[in-house]
Design a protein around this ligand. Structure first.
Ligand code: NAD
Length: 286
């Protein structure tokens, strides 16, 4: 594990902007899995940083932990010239984005997504949010991070389930906006994409997916129009995810949501035949 991310690679990829170096303190939030795998290496690069580690999983994305992070920042006297860095999956980036957006009415934050879902979807587009007893992402704001740094080498330690989980959101954006990407995804077995020898192909797909999402969210940041399409599979998916109480992962639920949305659309007389079979196959694989 020690050499998973050669230090210079992380440093190069996560090249620190000059303005950040002038800030008084850096504060990093990750979850316990990420902390075990990478915290030491990341801390070596930012010796002035102090760290906060969250429990693993969706259960940490709530007001309780948002408050814990905020109170920690207050206890360390963070001010608006300081910087918060989120290193982790979508749970960490959503929570940190949310806390940073409301802390003293907004403090700069950088996202370093470590899961496939985080890289291709959760860190892109400025949506931040936490869950409450009424459902997923019920409290949140749309606020862009100061920087997003994607380092695909993090993916080498991601397990198959979480890899497929991330693939689901890439399949979704392809199904919504790019038939070519969709057809390309159909060609690859996930084992091929998970193989470190094929990292260039995976990175290319991630970049393509990020750019696709960026083009949509740039056009409609506050989800008044075209961005709504990105919620494909999410209405039902969020309900399934919430009901599963952490047993099912976000991407798994979105896959179920996409298949069920197609069935509902059909029942309402909408022709989904051109995508239905392919989409169902991809979703079931996830
Ligand atoms: N803001 C948005 O636009 C947006 C979009 C999609 C999803 N989301 C949110 O993202 C969350 C799901 O994200 P997620 O799937 O990344 O969940 P997650 O953050 O819980 O990460 C999944 C698991 O992978 C582990 N992990 C992460 N990176 C790893 C690595 N490099 N090596 C080994 N293990 C690693 C984590 O510790 C965790 O156990 C959901 O809460 C969802 O609502 C947000």
């Amino acid at each position: 594990m020690k050499h998973l991310i050669p230090q210079q690679t992380l440093f190069k990829t996560f090249e620190t902007p000059k303005s950040v170096l002038q800030l008084n303190y850096l504060h990093k939030v990750s979850d316990t899995n990420i902390a075990q795998l990478y915290l030491q290496q990341i801390c070596q690069k930012f010796p002035q940083a102090i760290t906060f580690t969250l429990p693993v999983g969706e259960g940490a994305k709530n007001l309780h932990f948002a408050n814990e992070v905020a109170e920690y920042l207050f206890s360390k006297r963070f001010c608006r010239q300081d910087l918060v860095i989120a290193v982790g999956g979508g749970v960490v980036t959503d929570l940190v984005g949310f806390v940073s957006s409301i802390y003293m009415r907004g403090i700069k934050f950088i996202l370093i997504p470590t899961s496939l879902l985080g890289m291709a979807d959760a860190s892109v587009g400025g949506k931040t949010g936490i869950n409450n007893i009424y459902g997923k992402n019920q409290l949140g704001v749309i606020n862009d991070p100061y920087r997003i740094k994607v380092c695909s080498q993090f993916l080498q330690s991601l397990d198959k389930r979480n890899f497929l989980n991330g693939l689901a959101e890439i399949i979704k954006i392809a199904a919504c906006f790019d038939r070519k990407l969709f057809e390309r995804l159909e060609c690859y077995d996930y084992n091929y994409l998970m193989d470190p020898n094929n990292q260039a192909t995976l990175l290319d797909i991630i970049k393509y997916g990020i750019n696709l999402k960026l083009s949509i969210v740039t056009e409609d940041k506050y989800e008044q129009n075209i961005r709504k399409i990105l919620n494909y599979g999410h209405t039902i998916g969020h309900a399934v995810e919430f009901a599963s109480q952490g047993k099912l992962l976000h991407g798994e639920c979105v896959s179920i949501g996409m298949v069920l949305a197609n069935i509902l659309a059909k029942e309402h007389g909408i022709d989904t035949s051109s995508y239905e079979e392919q989409n169902q196959e991809c979703s079931f694989e996830v």
